[in-house]
Design a protein around this ligand. Structure first.
Ligand code: SF4
Ligand code: SF4
Length: 302
């Protein structure tokens, strides 16, 4: 027969734990106080590593020479770094082709729509894969229009398009659009090859021709004339810090920012501008007042 003590004992034990100080934190509403709020840094001249958190990198663009040593250091670890150039995508067309834009069924409209679609396909969080190299989203629009003597010049992107080379830029963003154009009877050919800085494509159908120029954008960093910077894929990075140790120019650090979750692969890839800016990663949910009060009470009533 079960004694009263055997019944009440577990209940009493459970009741005591209601008011016991918890060992766990209700993340993300409660945070573990961290002693390491400093950036992890390395001084290559003194050969000293300064303790700090190894979260998202901070890239000091003005110090980065584009030497690729961080990339080389990462190659046998996680291959998370890709060295990239900044590019612009520029459309050129005579006036009679420009006047066709926006007309339904016009080959000029269709070609431009397909190009924009190619660049913009990574914008939504639903995009979860299908690319062979790390890519970052680009917002392409027809807003930057300039009239010249020869016709119209339209820069499709305001932020740079980042890629390791012109061929990878085409592979990542435009290959599918070109394939659709060819299947729809467009002539797609390289009109002028000035690799590695510039390439101009001619997209023609029914006597209407649109030129697409892909060209390097100068980032105007005096120590980095090539405008060649690291981009980090946090879907691969293991936060070892070897890239920081390998940088001889004090251009890389690691920050305490560890909240890097994303629902898409492209959301995990940080381009050089994102790496150089303040915290931009996933924001934790805003504090629920009830949870905040309960958390405070749980900790105080120990
Ligand atoms: S911290 Fe990340 S990016 Fe740097 S070497 Fe390690 S795995 Fe590569
Ligand atoms: S971050 Fe440092 S190691 Fe990497 S390319 Fe720039 S200067 Fe070189």
């Amino acid at each position: 027969m079960v004694s009263l003590k055997e019944v009440l004992g577990p209940l009493w034990s459970a009741a005591k734990h209601v008011f016991a100080k918890p060992y766990t934190y209700k993340y993300p509403y409660e945070r573990v106080p961290s002693a390491l709020q400093e950036n992890y840094r390395y001084d290559p001249k003194a050969g000293i590593a300064y303790p700090g958190s190894k979260g998202r990198h901070l890239l000091r663009l003005e110090k980065c020479t584009g030497c690729s040593l961080c990339d080389i250091a990462c190659q046998n670890i996680a291959e998370a770094i890709t060295m990239v150039y900044a590019y612009d995508a520029v459309l050129e067309m005579p006036e009679h082709v420009y006047s066709e834009l926006g007309k339904r069924g016009s080959p000029a409209t269709r070609a431009v729509d397909l190009l924009i679609e190619g660049f913009n396909r990574y914008l939504t969080d639903e995009y979860r894969g299908g690319f062979s190299h790390p890519v970052t989203p680009v917002l392409a629009t027809l807003k930057n229009v300039t009239k010249t003597d020869a016709g119209y010049v339209i820069r499709l992107n305001s932020d740079a398009v980042w890629a390791n080379g012109l061929d990878l830029l085409v592979t990542n963003y435009l290959e599918d659009s070109f394939r659709v154009m060819i299947s729809e009877g467009y002539q797609v050919r390289i009109a002028k090859d000035e690799s590695p800085d510039r390439v101009t494509y001619e997209l023609a159908k029914d006597g209407l021709t649109v030129f697409l120029r892909l060209e390097k954008r100068a980032m105007n960093i005096p120590v980095n004339k090539k405008s060649y910077f690291p981009m980090v894929d946090y879907g691969r990075c293991v936060f070892c810090g070897f890239c920081v140790d390998a940088c001889p120019f004090y251009a890389l650090e690691m920050t305490p920012d560890f909240e890097l979750s994303s629902t898409s692969r492209v959301g995990m890839v940080y381009n050089p501008i994102a790496l150089s800016g303040p915290k931009i990663s996933t924001n934790p949910p805003s504090i629920n007042p009830i949870d905040a009060v309960m958390g405070w009470l749980r900790r105080k009533t120990s």
